[in-house]
Design a binder for this molecule. Structure first.
Ligand code: SAH
Length: 214
């Protein structure tokens, strides 16, 4: 069984990531070593390395591997960063970030998802992740500023609080838009200026909360 997951994971990295233009060697290595199946409900684990998002309960999903890789690669992590993740969900993306950055703060609105993700990460021996329960549309003030911010749910417009919590030269990637019309946006802070780039059409669940969809 373990060998099967290992082989499937290698195939996922080759066919879904490298062949589609994911080139960052550190990102590819993190996907090769992170056991995505352990972040999925037991009944769905056999589908873990397929090219899709999957349900994780509470109406939420674990994102498609390619989209997770694309978003993380855009953050250009070197290993020295403090990262904020909004929408822990299964904790899969959190685990990848923990391998690529110094420290990860991850906020999840649904306590049961946060608890499960934290347990999975602890079982895997991850020790540079801090899971917080709350409304991440307003960021997480206690550990500002962040060198990188990644949001896993779509907001109607860019949350101002998140922009303010970026460090100078910090980067943020997030889906923006309503229902089926969403685009990934990459923001970069340069002093008091914010540079925006629109990257890719996507489909995410809604970001709830004060600066999301109430
Ligand atoms: N990256 C995750 C994707 C989870 S789906 C994974 O790979 O599993 C998006 C998550 O965002 C859901 O768990 C949802 O509960 C959470 N979410 C939605 N609005 C939120 C908010 N305002 N603050 C924190 N989490 C939120």
């Amino acid at each position: 069984m373990l060998q099967k997951f290992f082989d499937e994971r290698k195939r996922m990295v080759e066919h879904q990531l490298r062949a589609r233009g994911i080139y960052d060697a550190r990102v590819l290595a993190a996907f090769e070593t992170t056991p995505r199946h352990l972040f999925m409900p037991p009944a769905l684990r056999k589908l873990a390395y397929e090219d899709h998002p999957h349900p994780i309960g509470f109406g939420q999903t674990i994102s498609q591997p390619y989209i997770v890789a694309y978003m993380i690669q855009a953050l250009e992590l070197t290993g020295a960063e403090r990262v904020l993740e909004v929408g822990t969900g299964s904790g899969y993306q959190t685990a990848l970030l923990s391998a690529l950055a110094l420290e990860v703060h991850s906020i999840e609105l649904i306590p049961a998802l946060a608890d499960r993700a934290e347990q999975t990460l602890t079982d895997l021996g991850v020790n540079n992740v801090f899971i917080h329960i709350g409304d991440g549309s307003q960021g997480w003030l206690e550990s500002v500023p962040y060198d990188a911010i990644i949001v896993s749910a779509a907001a109607p417009h860019v949350p101002k609080s998140l922009l303010e919590q970026l460090s100078d030269h910090g980067r943020m990637i997030l889906p923006i838009g309503v229902s089926e019309f969403q685009e990934l946006e990459l923001w970069r802070r340069e002093g008091d200026a914010y540079l925006q780039e629109v990257l890719l059409p996507v489909t995410f669940v809604r970001l709830r909360g004060k600066e999301g969809y109430e």
